[in-house]
Design a protein around this ligand. Structure first.
Ligand SMILES: C[S@@+](CC[C@H](N)C(=O)[O-])C[C@H]1O[C@@H](n2cnc3c(N)ncnc32)[C@H](O)[C@@H]1O
Length: 421
């Protein structure tokens, strides 16, 4: 199943863009033009029952709410922003929507319809031990979820025999966690308590959701507020909420790009078999290269800067210590297997990064063997967000038509594009 990404309308000049290398078809950013829902997905879109809401919730990078709202204004003018908290925005549509709601956003980590806000009474818990308080909250949430589940006529008998999937989100998902954040403190004990009180035949927490599955979302807003939403699992959703931000970076990892790479593979469900060859443009100091090497991937790292010793120790790593535009075809003939993946993570503007992809695709010996691209494109200027569709159009024109673009939880002011043929 492919997500086809293709602008259909002509390109406006892009004022914030620094480098435009070739004449480009104009893009009208004010219409939703890029993602066509494949027929299989459309068949799954028919949601019966009462899981409906005029509101959409979306989790984004804390601090990016304003630019996320701008993004949605351009892509989905039919949705109007309604409410926001750090890392959390809701939008109101013009009609009732089901969990299959369309929301073509790069900045959204997850989204769905917003069903209910559960507010706990702080006074009621004033004299209660923290542990008891969390248990009470968990019980209350399980009751709310059970009511929603039981009143959902759409659940077929076959589906009812399986527990409903629930994903629990910390809405303050950010690398720089405020240690006093009640959200961060509540999320994990609440999750444990939910699992404890759950009748396993009813709900299954943090389990992998396959495309088309109905997933309930619990979004922990604060110690006294949790929102309940629902989405139909699609390629634009993580199969489980990513946990990389809560994990300590392994000591051997030269950079946080180690987790960025793992998260992009998770999001796009990519498995690189042992012996696959990948090129990484902008590979220093080597976090992403290390993550690939540990999976048995051969890596050709292109970067004028030094690589960390932990990476250089692998015989399956080859460093071409030059700027990417000075690379020639024979530099990439290192391993028996021709490169199948091209990764890029350069600290340059998106158009400059894409010029590097143009160059590599023009010198690589067997470009048709390239299965896909995994790119980190920098949003050094937030105004680049309005040009994302233009960048995706360039990538589409390389022949990679199956494209997912998302700001990962491990991304800073940048986003990830995974593009396949
Ligand atoms: C964000 S860092 C890359 C992090 C790296 N992917 C990792 O996993 O640790 C950006 C890198 O892009 C490299 N870079 C910038 N311009 C470049 C160019 N023209 N050719 C190759 N690398 C370049 C820089 O030297 C820098 O090491």
């Amino acid at each position: 199943m492919s997500i086809i990404i293709k602008p259909k309308t002509p390109p406006a000049a892009s004022p914030a863009s620094t480098t435009v290398v070739k004449p480009i078809k104009p893009v009208n950013y004010s219409r939703s033009t890029l993602v066509e829902v494949p027929p299989e997905a459309s068949q799954k879109r028919e949601i019966k029952g009462n899981l409906k809401s005029p509101f959409i919730f979306s989790l984004c990078q804390p601090g990016a709410e304003k630019v996320h709202k701008e993004e949605i204004k351009n892509i989905h003018p039919e949705y109007h922003s309604a409410y926001q908290r750090p890392g959390f925005v809701t939008f109101k549509g013009t009609e009732m929507m089901g969990p299959d709601v369309r929301f073509e956003s790069t900045l959204s980590r997850t989204f769905g319809i917003s069903l209910k806000t559960v507010k706990f009474d702080p006074a009621a818990n004033a004299s209660t031990e923290l542990n008891d308080e969390i248990q009470q909250k968990a019980q209350e949430l399980i009751e709310e979820l059970t009511t929603i589940l039981k009143s959902n006529e759409a659940t077929s008998p076959a589906e009812k025999s399986a527990p409903a999937i629930v994903h629990v989100w910390d809405c303050a998902l950010t690398e720089v966690r405020d240690s006093s954040s009640h959200v961060a403190n509540l999320h994990s004990p609440l999750y444990d308590a939910l699992v404890h009180f759950n009748d396993r035949s009813l709900f299954s927490f943090q389990t992998h959701a396959t495309d088309g599955a109905l997933v309930f979302d619990l979004i922990v807003q604060s110690e006294n507020e949790v929102w309940i939403g629902a989405h139909l699992q699609s390629r634009f959703h993580y199969q489980t909420p990513p946990e990389y931000l809560t994990l300590p970076l392994p000591e051997k990892a030269p950079s946080r790009a180690y987790f960025k790479l793992l998260e992009s593979l998770d999001l796009a469900r990519i498995r690189m078999p042992f012996g696959t060859t990948a090129i990484e443009i902008g590979s220093s100091p080597g976090g992403a290269s290390l993550a690939l090497l540990e999976k048995g991937v051969n890596v050709i790292g292109i970067d004028p800067a030094e690589m960390d010793r932990v990476v250089l120790r692998f015989p399956e790593f080859s460093h071409v210590r030059r700027g990417v535009l000075n690379i020639e075809g024979h530099d990439l003939d290192v391993f028996d297997a021709p490169p199948e993946w091209i990764l890029l993570d350069m600290n340059v503007a998106p158009n400059t990064a894409l010029n590097s992809i143009d160059h590599i695709l023009s010198v690589i010996r067997r470009p048709e063997r390239t299965q896909g691209l995994i790119l980190t494109l920098k949003l050094n200027d937030w105004s680049y967000v309005s040009e994302i569709r233009f960048y995706l159009n360039r990538i589409y024109d390389y022949g990679f038509t199956d494209i997912v673009a998302k700001q990962l939880t491990t991304n800073r002011q940048e986003f990830c594009v995974v593009a396949r043929r």
